[in-house]
Design a binder for this molecule. Structure first.
Ligand code: NAD
Ligand code: IPM
Ligand code: MN
Length: 368
């Protein structure tokens, strides 16, 4: 039935974005054509090329159609040295994250093979956590300004905005996830020792909410210490909730434990949690899926970018759309690509982006 169709907006973006998203698109097309999943793909010409051509960043009509008709958005990456101010990247990325109120940026830090873990005497079993990054507040709101720009007296300010609702819903989403997945511990990473206003709120709300989740241990960790523990003993982390900026930073560190940015996937969601999300949208709200990595300009156009983060991102998207078994299937396939060295150089193989895509597609088609 046409009503069951899931419209997926695809924004390949800049740099390596189009190369890795091309492989993700082939997987989605295979699911549509050979598996009969009711997917409709809508590729959008947005990114640096378009911005340089006609000044378009993120048109209102596109946002309106995504909001009313799409089930998901798949994004490659944005960022191009020809647009040093990154206007287009911010408009598109934050237009989606803020505009769709996707307050939870869910970033699994999971190693899919022992040899991907760069730590001595550690393996895949030690790297298995999910980071819940607040995605609509913090210093990302863009409040602030510059004063006396370019003079010796200049002032530059970015405000760090933390609301009760924003903090609470993200923390609840982390605990709900822990409960649903049988996890035993949730960490909250902050800098409440230095940021006495903003992060006192995080600290207080975290332990308040934690009381409702008996059986799940709630632990506080300062984010600087967390960086230390991520390297010394990552096995202690199961679910971590944190603010926008810290979540951005620790997930790049997390990516290093997974084998690099070419292996890290993410979902931007609006989970429906009690008391915070009674807005009538619930989980039906369109969600955004993107690899954690950026546009990696030095790798662009060379067929060397690792497409596996995008393959895993497609898995997260299919799970969200109602096919969780396909996420498991894609994860297993990626683990096998690593084990059998059917992968790019960054993760120890010698294949190109497209060839890895060919291999994934061939194996996937056989499994159907
Ligand atoms: P980056 O993620 O593009 O690259 C960081 C490092 O990881 C580089 O060494 C790169 O070669 C490597 N890397 C990244 N993806 C890889 C892949 N798929 N396969 C193999 N190696 C990979 O980060 P950066 O260099 O700091 O940023 C480049 C641009 O991307 C900037 O404009 C930045 O703002 C933007 N960016 C965009 C997003 C996004 O759109 N979501 C995310 C991060 C950075
Ligand atoms: C990410 C990126 C973005 C962020 C940049 C491009 C604004 O680093 O998605 O991790 O900081 O959120
Ligand atoms: Mn980042």
């Amino acid at each position: 039935m046409a009503d069951d169709k899931k419209l997926i907006a695809v924004i390949p973006g800049d740099g390596i974005g189009p190369e890795v998203i091309a492989q993700a698109m082939r997987i989605l097309e295979l699911y549509r054509d050979k598996r009969g999943l009711p997917l409709e793909l809508w590729q959008l010409d947005l990114g640096a090329d378009r911005f340089l051509r006609d000044g378009t960043t993120y048109p209102k009509e596109v946002h309106a159609r995504i909001t009313s008709e799409a089930s998901a958005v798949l994004l490659g990456a944005l960022g191009d040295p020809r647009v040093p101010g990154l206007e287009h990247a911010r408009d598109i990325l934050f237009g989606l994250r803020f505009g769709l109120d996707l307050y939870a940026n869910v970033r699994p830090v999971r190693a899919l093979g022992d040899r991907l873990v760069p730590l001595r005497d550690r393996g895949a079993r030690d790297v298995d956590m999910v980071i819940f990054r607040e995605n609509t507040e913090g210093i990302y709101v863009g409040m602030g300004g510059q004063f006396k720009h370019g003079t010796r007296d200049e002032v530059a300010i970015n405000e760090d905005v933390n609301t009760r609702k924003g903090v609470e819903r993200l923390i609840r989403a982390g605990f709900e996830f822990a409960r649903a997945r049988g996890k035993k511990r949730v960490h909250m990473a902050d800098k409440s020792n230095a940021m006495k206003h903003a992060h006192e709120l995080w600290y207080r709300v975290f332990f308040e909410v934690a009381k409702e989740y008996r059986g799940i241990e709630a632990r506080h960790v300062y984010v600087d210490a967390m960086c230390l523990f991520m390297v010394q003993d990552p096995a202690q982390f199961e679910v971590v909730v944190t603010c926008n900026l810290f979540g951005d930073i620790v997930t790049d560190l997390g990516a290093a434990l997974q084998g690099g940015l070419g292996m890290a996937a993410s979902a931007n969601l609006h989970p429906k949690v009690a008391r915070c999300c009674d807005d009538g949208h619930g989980d039906a709200r369109v969600a955004l899926f993107e690899p954690v990595h950026g546009s990696a300009p030095p790798l662009a156009g060379k067929d060397v970018a690792n497409p596996l983060a995008s393959v895993l991102t497609v898995g997260m998207m299919l799970a969200h759309l109602g096919w969780p078994e396909e996420e498991t299937r894609l994860e297993r396939l990626v683990a096998r690509a690593i084990a059998e060295k059917k992968c790019t150089r960054d993760v120890g193989g010698d294949m190109g982006t497209r060839a890895v895509g060919d291999w994934v597609l061939g194996e996937l088609a056989q499994g159907f």
